[in-house]
Design a protein. Structure first.
Length: 115
């Protein structure tokens, strides 16, 4: 039952990405480095914004909602669970993406190459 709800929610998020997610997705899907990312990928009870299964790399894009104290705690717990499962999680804020997309892409490329 939970998986069905997650699947539905992930499909909705893929159909209507945030502006920051759309910018990163345009880079990831056009990336020719031999790695494939999936958008809104279900892992356990969570949905990762972007996940490269072969590298066990997750990219999360955090809007203002993620700065709320209760959401920060939830994000930390989620990240810890994913890391225990062998994933590497990197996070970027919307502001980082809008103000310095080149640096964000460099970090993603670095993580891809070093996983």
């Amino acid at each position: 039952m939970t998986y069905g709800l997650l699947k539905e929610f992930a499909a909705k998020n893929r159909a209507i990405p945030t502006e920051a997610e759309a910018l990163i997705w345009n880079y990831l899907r056009g990336c020719q480095q031999g790695v494939k990312f999936q958008q809104q990928h279900i892992i356990g009870d969570y949905i990762a914004d972007f996940a490269c299964v072969s590298k066990k790399l997750i990219i999360e894009i955090d809007g203002l909602y993620h700065s709320l104290p209760e959401q920060k705690i939830s994000d930390e717990e989620r990240t810890k669970w994913l890391e225990r499962e062998g994933w590497t999680v990197i996070r970027f804020t919307n502001e980082e993406i809008f103000s310095n997309l080149e640096k964000v892409i460099e970090r993603i490329s670095y993580e891809q190459e070093n996983r």
